[in-house]
Design a protein around this ligand. Structure first.
Ligand code: SF4
Length: 345
């Protein structure tokens, strides 16, 4: 299996406190040691993952940890791309930005989260300061990550950064409802396959601060709920090496089901199970991850996935889909796998 990138969460701590954040209201205080971050980043680089993306929490709130991770990646012979997600809360002035970015040599991309929710807590001028500082420091890629609940929010945010449009990339996604914000009733989609894509963010796994390796960004929810019995959980880096966890994941058909069918396959699970259909009758979802997470956290949803992957015919189909979609054979050694295709998220 090959991945286009990996998220490394250097801390769960973030005091920005945006209204739409899935972490809001939760206790989240886990963070690794500086040595652990360096070791995990090195293992991810050893396995050939071409981009290391530091995230949190707010990674700039544990700057020593972030610097250690960036240093480990920048010093690795494979020379991965090195990216970091941030709210830009530290962009108070051009001088402050320059001082901070000057301590992160090797950084190749900034993902700046900016939307109506972040702007309630972080002035857009801070984001502008970070964009200008990154341009001055010749950081090659700058991406704006806009999370919206309603369509008009996108244009409102884009217009603030119009003058940078030939320099920044924009990524827009729908908010996943939280106890503090729920827009699924207004803008949500019923769980039918044609509403959802067959691919998602599974080419970017996540290392959590406690060493849990998760299939995708949804593993961040491990800060406040137990995920270890869900398909997202791949293993823990305190117990096994990165390569050993990936070898287990290769044989994990619940995980491979998600890889080959994506949220569209999850929607098909709803359609094919009377119990799950009944459970989600009348429920709508803001995006594929919202659907996937709610379904897999339900007992009926988990039971349905286990039932599907217990069927030898379904396993053969999954293996065939892996070959068609990713050019990979189940159980093949990493050396036999195709080289990764680079792309943004
Ligand atoms: S659809 Fe599910 S498996 Fe895919 S990225 Fe979203 S939460 Fe993860």
């Amino acid at each position: 299996m090959r991945f286009t990138s990996i998220l490394v969460s250097v801390t769960e701590i973030c005091t920005v406190g945006c209204r739409h954040c899935g972490f809001t209201g939760s206790t989240r205080d886990r963070q690794p040691t500086v040595d652990e971050i360096g070791r995990w980043v090195t293992q991810a680089c050893d396995s050939g993952i071409p981009e290391i993306i530091f995230t949190g929490g707010e990674p700039f709130q544990r700057f020593r940890m972030l610097k250690s991770g960036v240093r480990a990646a920048a010093g690795h012979p494979r020379k991965p791309r090195i990216s970091v997600f941030t709210s830009s809360f530290w962009g108070r002035s051009p001088a402050a930005v320059d001082k901070i970015l000057g301590q992160l040599p090797g950084l190749t991309r900034l993902y700046l989260s900016t939307d109506v929710y972040h702007q309630e807590r972080v002035p857009s001028q801070y984001v502008v300061n970070v964009i200008e500082g990154a341009i001055a420091r010749e950081i090659p890629e700058i991406s704006l990550c806009i999370t919206i609940a309603e369509d008009h929010e996108e244009e409102r945010i884009r217009s603030i950064y119009r003058r940078f449009e030939d320099r920044v990339r924009v990524h827009v996604d729908r908010v996943i409802p939280t106890p503090f914000i729920n827009t699924a009733q207004q803008t949500g989609l019923p769980p039918v396959p044609e509403n959802f894509a067959a691919s998602c963010y599974l080419d970017t796994p996540l290392i959590n601060p406690n060493g849990d390796l998760s299939a995708c960004h949804i593993g961040k929810a491990g800060a406040y709920v137990r995920l270890s019995d869900l398909a997202y959980f791949l293993g823990n880096l305190h117990e096994k090496s990165f390569q050993e966890i990936l070898a287990d994941a290769d044989r994990n058909y619940e995980y491979q089901f998600l890889r080959v069918y994506g949220p569209q396959g999850v929607a098909r699970m709803v359609a094919s199970s009377p119990a799950v259909r009944k459970l989600f009758k009348g429920t709508t979802f803001t995006n594929g991850c919202d659907l996937c997470y709610k379904l897999l956290r339900s007992l009926d949803g988990r039971a349905r996935l286990r039932e599907i992957v217990a069927d030898p015919f379904q396993r053969e189909l999954i293996d065939a889909m892996r070959l068609v979609r990713f050019g990979e054979r189940a159980g093949a050694s990493p050396a036999d796998a195709p080289q990764p295709v680079r792309s943004g998220i």
